[in-house]
Design a binder for this molecule. Structure first.
Ligand code: ADP
Length: 193
């Protein structure tokens, strides 16, 4: 099983690059942001509760997100591996993920970090807000709050995975295709093992 985490701040291009990576490496994509938005559209209790956090730019509580990922993994036993996009975002989520994968005798193979500076990210998110209609991309205060959450709760995961020798950072500015090839180069190193 090859399990990949695509890591980086909001707006770094995780979704875009995940789509390209899963086509090339035949992995199953799991985006907790997409799953939460689907719950909200379906009007479930979980979706409505999560939206209170999402609309403020805060992280949804760990147990909610971990439960969702656990369900997704157990519903896809045939998957040759996963791309985790937007998960884990906290240390408890990362340890929960390790434990889930252990049940399959598997672990995280690689963490690919997309590195983009904050001014560029704000520009991208505001632009995305115009086309996507995502309310959390339309308000600069919500966007700044998401960065604060990222700095405080998610960035520490970089050191967590670096210590395990699993983190590779790639500059996430420039042509989508060029960034993709840089990511593939990191993937291929791991595949060759
Ligand atoms: P982005 O990376 O652009 O912020 P996402 O679609 O990944 O977009 O996430 C949107 C929102 O969903 C986040 O701001 C957060 O409120 C919530 N969310 C997504 N994934 C998680 C997670 N793993 N843990 C907690 N909250 C999450």
């Amino acid at each position: 099983m090859l399990n990949l985490i695509i890591f980086g701040p909001p707006g770094a291009g995780k979704g875009t690059q995940s789509e390209k990576l899963l086509a090339k490496y035949h992995l199953k994509h799991i985006s907790t942001g997409d799953l939460l938005r689907a719950e909200r559209s379906a009007g479930t209790e979980l979706g409505n509760k999560a939206n209170e956090y999402i609309s403020k730019g805060e992280l949804v509580p760990d147990e909610v997100v971990i439960g969702m990922v656990r369900n997704f993994i157990s519903n896809h036993p045939e998957a040759p591996g996963f791309i985790f996009d937007g998960f884990p975002r906290t240390l408890p989520q990362a340890t929960a993920l390790d434990n889930m994968l252990l049940e399959f005798n598997a672990g995280i193979s690689l963490v690919l970090g997309l590195e983009v500076d904050e001014d560029e990210l704000v520009k991208r998110l505001l632009l995305r807000g115009i086309t996507s209609g995502r309310a959390d991309d339309q308000n600069e205060e919500t966007i700044r709050n998401r960065f604060r959450e990222y700095q405080n709760k998610t960035l520490p995961l970089q050191a967590f995975y670096k210590e395990q020798g699993k983190y590779s950072g790639v500059r996430g500015i420039g042509e989508v295709e060029a960034i993709f090839w840089d990511l593939c180069a990191e993937m291929d190193k791991v595949k060759k093992g």
